[in-house]
Design a protein around this ligand. Structure first.
Ligand code: PBG
Length: 321
């Protein structure tokens, strides 16, 4: 008897035996909202993506809701930045106003607020700076304040992305103190110091003035360390955990999923998105197929949810069939 693996690779059967299928239900759309804008502005480094005004953001979320996208994550660009990142925890900050506005016209889409200081600090780092270094412990109360203001504005989930030690514990305590005991935390638990964030830093205008983020984000060389990071965040109260970026770290996604079995997110970051879009624009690859393959690989590695700039396009194509 010869086992002929190709017997199951005919179109109809192939579909039936597929182990992994990405669905719109798995996807979360990242969106940028800029407090200075009246109309949306295209982001050159991320084809198909825009920085939104609060009004255009609300319309975009309505469209995503109609397309069946289950969640969005909001990144804010404040009117002004300062040394201490006030815009992140201002009750009238851009993300807070955006969350409030979205909730006026949509009810199904889950609104996740990215929670970090880097878009709001003049130096662009994710925490307060003391002697040219990020002061972890002095940053924690500010993250707590930011979380409370976001939850109060209507955010359904807060997602700390700054890789401060003990950030989840500080945020959980602050939320609980103010009565937001049911607001879940999606922690960017294993976030690597990655060059794949390049286009995002242009999109969010959050480049840093000096140094880099390798003092608090993870070394790409380490995978076991990611398990520590995730374990600590779970112990501190994270409800969902994230690995970021996604495709260069699929081994980490798999390890994290196997070890903890928690709701696991993976973030297909700006660089991953833009590489595919740029190559597709040049006709070097089939963008839609490459994107489908990338998302399938991320899900196959164990991700329950994928943050991807392709979520809207994917949903549109899924509806078209
Ligand atoms: C920072 C943050 C970053 C991203 C999400 N949150 C950038 C960074 O750490 O430099 C990157 C997302 C992307 O590249 O798509 N709070």
């Amino acid at each position: 008897m010869m086992r002929r693996m190709r017997r199951l690779r005919k179109p109809g059967l192939r579909r039936i035996v597929a182990e992994t299928r990405v669905s719109t239900d798995d996807l979360i759309m990242p969106l940028f909202v800029d407090g200075r804008l009246k109309t949306p502005v295209a982001i050159e480094s991320m084809p198909g993506q825009s920085r939104h005004s609060i009004e255009s953001l609300a319309r975009e979320v309505e469209e995503l809701e109609e397309l069946g996208v289950p969640g969005v994550i909001l990144f804010g660009l404040p009117e002004e930045k300062d040394e201490v990142g006030s815009g992140a925890y201002d009750p009238q900050g851009v993300v807070q106003r955006a969350a409030e506005r979205i909730k006026e016209t949509t009810s199904k889409v889950v609104v996740i607020a990215d929670l970090c200081l880097c878009e709001y600090t003049s130096h662009g780092h994710c925490g307060l700076i003391k002697n040219q270094l990020v002061s972890n412990d002095e940053t924690l109360p500010l993250l707590g304040k930011a979380a409370v203001s976001q939850a109060r504005a209507g955010a359904d989930v807060v997602a700390p992305s700054g890789m401060m030690d003990q950030m989840v514990a500080a945020i959980r305590a602050a939320l609980d103190d103010e009565g937001f005991t049911d607001t879940p935390i999606l922690s960017y638990a294993a976030k690597y110091a990655s060059s794949f964030y390049g286009p995002f830093r242009e999109a969010a205008q959050s480049g840093y003035a000096f140094g880099d983020r390798s003092g608090y984000q993870m070394d790409p060389a380490n995978a076991l360390e990611a398990l520590w990071e995730v374990r600590l965040d779970i112990e501190e109260g994270a409800d969902m955990i994230m690995v970021k970026p996604a495709m260069p770290y699929l081994d980490v996604v798999r390890m994290v999923k196997d070890e903890f079995g928690m709701p696991t997110a993976a973030y297909q970051v700006s660089g991953e998105y833009s590489m595919i879009m740029a190559a597709a624009e040049r006709g070097w690859i089939d963008g839609e197929k490459a994107m489908g393959e990338a998302l399938t690989s991320i899900k196959r590695a164990g991700a329950d949810m994928i943050l991807t700039y392709y979520a809207k396009e994917f949903a549109r194509k899924e509806l078209e069939g």
